[in-house]
Write a protein that binds this ligand. Structure first.
Ligand SMILES: [Zn+2]
Length: 275
């Protein structure tokens, strides 16, 4: 499942692809979004927005406040960009946006729906703060974390607590702060939370810029350590994610893995101990 940095990157890329403000052809070659596409056809993309793993494409047709296409990629959703002229679409394309310069195809999303401003607001309201949004309030997340007996590793994956963090960022940020992933939320101190949040803001912004997740500090890069670079289809240099049974870059201990909150957790049992 893509993490928040991918969705924020898509919001920027959609906006950049149609920056001229020209009216778009909005179609649903697959047919599942045809009625809504017909309502939006020949209107320009006005703005884009992202919150956690939710992407919003804003259209303004002059008659209503705004219409939004709400997209959640889920596990299988995929977005592809290309220059005009768009090739004939395959029947797996749920949503195609196209103008004289570019086209963007969306395939296989969990959600692709036309929603109103209030409906969009309701989605924001049920999500936790997103480290990539300037309006995010980290104290709102800490209020929930500091009252919870649930593990910090599970809380970081709960989109109602904090939005946009996925399996890679949760494992890596806990390692970077030497926090045992099984510690209950209520044992996380305000200072630890401040440090985790600040680090997530920095790491995730870097993820948007580079379109991949790199979490190792400069002194732990392959060049600095004289070690071979990581080989993984996920890309990026990391401390623990998908490194089970390999030696920790800091202490040499074997990285461990276990299921937690429906996903595989990775951590170093030596670096990440309870205080
Ligand atoms: Zn270690």
């Amino acid at each position: 499942m893509p993490e928040g940095h991918t969705i924020h990157r898509l919001a920027k890329d959609y906006a950049a692809a149609f920056a001229t403000g020209a009216p778009l052809r909005v179609t649903s070659p697959q047919g599942k979004f045809s009625d809504a596409a017909a309502l939006l056809d020949h209107t320009p993309l006005h703005t884009t927005d992202a919150h956690g793993k939710h992407l919003f494409l804003g259209f303004s047709n002059g008659f209503r406040d705004a219409d939004w296409i709400h997209i959640h990629l889920g596990l299988f959703g995929k977005v592809t960009f290309g220059p005009a002229p768009a090739p004939p679409p395959t029947d797996t394309v749920r949503l195609r946006l196209a103008d004289g310069t570019a086209y963007v195809d969306l395939r296989g999303p969990t959600t692709c729906a036309l929603i109103t401003d209030p409906e969009k607001q309701a989605i924001h309201d049920r999500l936790g703060p997103d480290p990539l949004r300037p309006d995010a309030d980290p104290a709102a997340a800490y209020r929930r974390i500091s009252r919870s007996r649930t593990t910090i590793a599970a809380l970081l994956m709960d989109q109602k607590v904090i939005a946009g963090v996925g399996n890679v960022y949760r494992a890596e940020v806990l390692f970077r702060h030497r926090i045992d992933p099984y510690r209950p939320g209520r044992d996380i101190t305000p200072a630890e939370w401040d440090a985790l949040w600040t680090d997530l803001v920095g790491l995730m912004h870097e993820g948007v810029r580079h379109n991949r997740i790199d979490t190792v500090r400069p002194e732990h890069t392959p060049e600095a350590m004289g070690r071979p670079p990581r080989v993984d289809d996920h890309g990026g240099e990391v401390y623990v994610y998908r490194r089970a049974h390999q030696p920790c870059h800091l202490c040499g201990e074997q990285i461990r893995t276990a299921g937690l909150a429906a996903r595989n957790l990775f951590w170093c049992p030596s670096c990440q101990r309870r205080p």
